[in-house]
Design a protein around this ligand. Structure first.
Ligand SMILES: [Zn+2]
Length: 283
């Protein structure tokens, strides 16, 4: 049986990045564990219907409930909160707090992650790419810690009290590729609808996918569950917003895949693999 560990910055990231992929593997019998670094305390309420005083006053608890609901929809076996505070954007009050994820001691964060990995022994980790488009400090931290974690968990000379060394086979990052954006954008236009990606496409580097080791995971069967998980984040996601403007039937007909970028691997990788677990043995 394969095991997968996802590492995310905030509640809702697990649903907007790679959710249908994780759901697909859960359905195939893979054990999936979600590690979320922060409680999303600094995020704005992006759904006007949820912007109410009693929700604002209790936001961390509300977001934890939303996360649990989303994780159950995706099918995660366990949710582990690291308990750091959302760092907010640079220059904000949230960003200056001692308990912000971005201000946490790097060794401490890495040690905790190594302990989780050595206990769970995942074959694959989903982390973040370099996030050039959305340089949220917590997302950049997940990117950096993910790469460090891939190396450190396997090195028995590091974090000796954190359990027996475990070599994760592959580290991926769910990504929004130019090929996917372009395909869905064009399909909306061809259908005579307004594309929610217009501005994004205008500013995009057409060669942005070049040089990346990309894997497309076919997610027709679980696409709807990924969307339902995102909808469970009622305070973070506007049901009338851009996430939901592209109808499922158009996605299924046009690009029924989630793209992931391979950031690191300890096993040989074929140029066109179709599974995150390709090339990995459980023995
Ligand atoms: Zn986030």
């Amino acid at each position: 049986m394969f095991r997968l560990l996802s590492f995310h910055a905030h509640p809702d990231d697990e649903s907007s990045k790679g959710a249908a992929t994780v759901a697909k593997y859960v359905d195939a019998g893979v054990r999936a564990v979600l590690v979320t670094a922060t409680g999303g305390e600094a995020g704005d309420i992006l759904n006007p219907a949820m912007d109410r005083p009693e929700i604002v006053a209790d936001l961390a608890a509300v977001r934890r409930r939303e996360l649990d609901e989303a994780a159950a929809i995706i099918g995660y076996d366990e949710v582990i909160m690291l308990g750091y505070r959302d760092s907010g954007m640079p220059g904000s009050e949230d960003n200056a707090r001692d308990d912000a994820f971005t201000n946490a001691n790097d060794e401490e964060v890495l040690g905790r992650l190594v302990q989780i990995v050595r206990r769970e022994r995942p074959h694959v980790i989903l982390g973040y790419d370099a996030h050039e488009r959305y340089p949220h400090p917590d997302h950049l931290a997940v990117h950096r810690h993910g790469l460090e974690l891939f190396a450190a968990a396997a090195d028995g000379s590091l974090f000796r009290d954190a359990g027996e060394a475990w070599a994760v086979s592959k580290l991926y990052a769910p990504v929004f590729t130019v090929r996917r954006l372009t395909a869905l954008h064009n399909a909306m236009i061809n259908r005579g609808e307004e594309s929610p990606y217009g501005e994004w496409i205008d500013g995009i580097d057409a060669d942005g996918d070049a040089g990346k080791r990309l894997t497309a995971i076919e997610v027709s069967a679980t696409l709807g569950r990924g969307r339902d998980a995102l909808r469970a984040h009622r305070t973070q996601v506007d049901p009338d917003g851009s996430w939901f403007q592209i109808p499922d039937d158009l996605v299924l007909a046009t690009y029924p895949y989630e793209d992931l970028e391979l950031l690191a691997s300890r096993v040989p990788v074929e140029p066109t693999e179709t599974s995150l677990f390709a090339g990995i043995s459980t023995s």
